[in-house]
Ligand binder design. Structure first.
Ligand SMILES: *Cc1c(COP(=O)(O)O)cnc(C)c1O
Length: 436
């Protein structure tokens, strides 16, 4: 049964972010493909009953476990009420309530929600909205973008223009209108990394603000870069510079929103407000594709006009899908009813205490943590990540290092036994896989 499912998958499914040949069982140390039949809390359950602890929240989307009873119940009810309707010319309670509640979570500052499906579509929407805003206010020359070294904002062609990860971008370079890449405030570079990065931003804006529409950043943690963390100070400095030079600040919180860094939104820790906020991943608790770009009333009003073409005519077929919005509402309910942020303070401390001893290992560099993201770099060969991934699976934990960075980004529901397992496996696997 397992073999046939795997073979059929390899024959018919083109898996994402994968060199398919690496799954070929005839190859050298092939990567396993896991046949998952069921999810249960933080556990993924395989065809033959194997269990893997989902240490990376299924690519950073899952917040409250798989098959969460409360989200399931909300979806069942929604399924019997309204599965989908187009959002152009129609509206429905889930999308209205979600927009109101998300706006309230920004203190009402971001009063308008525009929906997409995946994270990359949110990036596209924010980029287009920013340039279109400048065009609508009579400054069409402001249409260039700034991004940070190592930044990741999705893999559609527009989003790749502001993504600085060569392996995702290089093959498509001829298709891309590249943004200017500025230094990252990555704290691993030293205590003054924020100031140095902000100085570079200031120098660039001084010369190029007239043609710059927006700066896009991943607040506090550049996840795809390998959990590169920076201080809130950088965001404060960047916000000031964007204000001074009339450039939009786009906060891409697709990965770091929804409590991941400790606060509900990551930018809150800097006490700033973005002009555009992109959310996805955890927004539905990891259930359904949904993304949103939130923006300020003043930006919305620049599109509000008698002329159709001054409107934001962007659309996706499933914009504001009621099922996805309902999953998002159930997710927000759990945040409120369970005081999740408070619970994560304890849970995060506990995980940190279990992992932190690894920082003393002679091959471990830069052990770091922000909220519910834990990471450390390994001084090893380039094959390390794949060895680590395979070995962790053997011990029943799903962990996928990024390059030589091991990270944990678990759902917000781990109990003591699961934390203990995660900590033990993270350390044991390290010893086992340091050398080829
Ligand atoms: C995952 C991610 C995206 C892209 O989201 P998709 O849903 O994969 O398109 C964009 N930005 C950041 C910061 C991400 O982590």
């Amino acid at each position: 049964m397992q073999d046939s499912l795997l073979q059929r998958s390899l024959a018919a499914v083109w898996h994402p972010c994968t060199q398919m040949k690496q799954h070929d069982s005839a190859g050298q140390s092939p990567l396993p493909l896991l046949p998952i039949v069921r999810g249960e809390g933080p556990w993924l359950i395989g065809v033959d009953g194997q269990r893997w602890l989902d240490g990376i929240s299924s690519w950073w989307v899952n917040l409250f476990g798989h098959c969460n009873p409360r989200i399931n119940a909300a979806l069942r009810e929604q399924l019997e009420t309204l599965e989908h309707v187009l959002l152009a010319g129609c509206t429905h309670a889930p999308v209205v309530e979600l927009s109101e509640r998300l706006s309230a979570l920004t203190g009402g500052r971001l009063g308008h929600c525009f929906y997409g499906s995946d994270g990359a579509s949110a990036t596209e929407i924010a980029l287009k909205m920013s340039a279109h805003y400048w065009r609508n206010v009579g400054r069409p020359e402001k249409n260039r973008y700034l991004c940070l070294a190592g930044g990741y904002h999705g893999e559609t062609v527009g989003a790749l223009g502001v993504t600085d990860i060569a392996v995702f971008r290089d093959a498509y370079a001829p298709l891309i209108r590249a943004a200017t890449v500025l230094p990252s405030p990555d704290s691993r570079q030293g205590a003054d990394a924020s100031r140095i990065a902000a100085d570079a931003l200031a120098a660039h804006l001084e010369a190029h603000h007239a043609e710059t529409a927006a700066l896009i950043v991943e607040p506090l943690v550049q996840c795809a870069a390998g959990m590169a963390m920076h201080e809130p100070e950088y965001l404060r400095l960047a916000r000031k510079l964007c204000d001074r030079y009339e450039v939009h600040l786009i906060c891409d919180e697709i990965a770091v929103g929804f409590g991941r860094t400790g606060s509900f939104f990551a930018h809150e820790q800097a006490g700033i407000h973005p002009d555009f906020l992109c959310l996805s991943k955890g927004i539905t608790g990891g259930y359904l594709p949904l993304s949103v770009v939130m923006t300020r009333n003043a930006i919305y009003e620049a599109f509000y006009d008698d002329a159709t073409a001054r409107g934001f005519l962007h659309s996706h077929s499933y914009t504001g899908n009621p099922l996805a919005c309902r999953a998002a509402l159930a997710t927000l309910d759990i945040f409120e009813q369970d005081d999740v942020l408070a619970g994560n303070i304890e849970r995060g401390r506990h995980i940190d205490a279990r992992l932190r001893p690894l920082a003393d290992h002679p091959k471990v560099r830069h052990y770091r943590r922000r909220g519910m993201i834990f990471a450390f770099d390994i001084d090893s060969d380039p094959g390390f990540g794949r060895r680590y991934y395979r070995a962790a699976l053997k011990y029943g934990v799903l962990l996928r290092p990024i390059g030589n960075t091991v990270y944990l980004m678990p759902p917000y529901i781990l109990g003591d036994a699961e934390i203990e397992l995660l900590g033990r496996v993270a350390g044991e696997v390290l010893e086992e896989t340091l050398t080829p």
